[in-house]
Ligand binder design. Structure first.
Ligand code: HGY
Ligand code: MN
Ligand code: MN
Length: 418
């Protein structure tokens, strides 16, 4: 049994995911934030596997691990693929990583056979997508799309370390010039395909191992700061309080109510805290995050306006101050019809009924879609479709089918720039 044999690719992919999951910022959970020691160890593992698969590889100026499997024709266009290898806190081991490891396994199979493709295949391990350390989702893919936000270089993490210093400590140039130089020339690209776990229950409920993504939901994120008056928990009558946490709780329920009003609309308060709080002190300040998404921008933007109005009304009624700072706005990204159709044909050739579905999760593909045409192949998630959770799981059999479909797709992508 050779790991580069076609029928071994699924098992090989899961084995590599297990090996990467051994690196974490935390001893008791899988957390890999941008440019931490665990993050650099994962990057080194990806580099090693890319080299063994016969790719030329390098680490670029934002820490992406970039592998290239050259076409026979030097003038061929470049087909990009990849996903991210950073994680959320206490995350799963397939989110992002599947989209890097699967192409590496497939290239190792091609390399073993001495087969070349109609396009140069560029496999990108994106170094940062989740935004955990610097609240900077899609940092790595934005650099390749020529959309890097220069202000990020001065943004500090929870320990006060600016991004620029974290990059320098990781041996990266940490200059804006070196980052803007990463922008890809769309004229050289034949497109982008991302393989990702679905992170939801749809394929599982339909008994399907694979799905073709139609569009990727765009999200708008804000940080809310509610300022009331700290006071004695025992002596301050309830009617005289300006309780920042109680106001935030009412705002959270208003967000939940408004974001329950449309099928693809979702709203989440993932972080909420009382800085320097104490049991016997009425919260004078409360901070929370807001993430609102929908299958189309108008639905999402209408909900954002209503949420802002509702929170401002609650603040006025309770006599507290509210500051809302927008931290991200990524428009919905449609997948390219021609690439979706080709991918659906490859799925059908693998004996799976092609099923098309939208993505509620954000992906690097939505940033690369600003550069070239994109498509996504979803792979079934087990455990009820749970993700951003250590219970995230998938099967080797589904990874095997996805690898066969991916191989079929990269053999047939028209070698013409899109
Ligand atoms: O938030 C998302 O949808 C992605 O997992 N970063
Ligand atoms: Mn994720
Ligand atoms: Mn992901």
């Amino acid at each position: 049994m050779n790991p580069t044999d076609l029928d071994q690719l699924g098992a090989r992919i899961l084995q590599m995911a297990d090996q990467l999951a051994a690196h974490s910022d935390q001893p008791d959970a899988l957390t890999v934030a941008y440019l931490t020691p665990a993050h650099r160890a994962v990057a080194a593992g990806l580099q090693r596997w890319m080299r063994e698969a016969g790719m030329q590889m390098h680490i670029d100026a934002v820490g992406n691990v970039v592998g290239r499997y050259a076409a026979a024709d030097p003038t061929a266009p470049v087909l990009m693929t990849g996903s991210h290898f950073d994680t959320v806190r206490n995350g799963g081991k397939y989110d992002g990583r599947l989209g890097i490891l699967l192409p590496i396994a497939v290239v190792s199979h091609l390399h073993a056979r001495g087969e070349r493709l109609p396009c140069h295949l560029e496999v990108v391990g994106f170094a940062e997508e989740e935004g955990l350390r610097f609240r900077s989702s899609f940092l790595a893919s934005s650099a390749l799309a020529g959309q890097f936000d220069a202000q990020l270089l001065d943004r500090a993490d929870a320990d006060g370390v600016p991004l620029r210093d974290a990059m320098r400590a990781a041996g990266l140039p940490a200059t804006l010039e070196s980052i803007t130089a990463l922008a890809r020339d769309p004229q050289r690209l034949a497109g982008f395909i991302e393989v990702h776990i679905e992170q939801g229950p749809v394929l599982l409920e339909r008994g399907l191992p694979l799905g073709v993504v139609t569009s990727i939901a765009g999200s708008l994120r804000m940080v809310a700061t509610v300022t009331g008056v700290a006071g004695h928990a025992g002596t301050t009558p309830m009617a005289m309080r300006k309780d920042a946490a109680a106001a935030a709780a009412e705002m959270l329920l208003a967000i939940e109510r408004r974001c329950s009003q449309a099928p693809t609309l979702v709203g989440t308060v993932g972080m909420l805290g009382v800085p320097n709080g104490a049991t016997n002190v009425i919260p004078g300040r409360c901070e929370f995050s807001i993430d609102i998404r929908a299958g189309d921008d108008p639905t999402r933007d209408a909900a954002v306006s209503d949420v802002i109005a509702a929170c401002e009304a609650i603040a006025a009624q309770r006599g507290v101050a509210l500051e809302l700072q927008r931290t991200m706005r990524v428009p919905c990204a449609p997948c390219a019809p021609a690439l979706m159709d080709l991918l659906a044909q490859c799925v059908a050739r693998a004996g799976v009924a092609p099923y098309r579905l939208p993505s509620g999760a954000g992906h690097d593909a939505m940033m690369i879609q600003r550069l070239t045409e994109v498509c996504m192949l979803f792979v079934r998630c087990g455990n009820g479709g749970i993700s951003h959770n250590p219970l995230e799981t998938m099967t080797a059999a589904d990874a095997q089918l996805a690898a066969q479909v991916f191989l079929d797709f990269i053999r047939h992508v028209p070698g013409t720039p899109r």
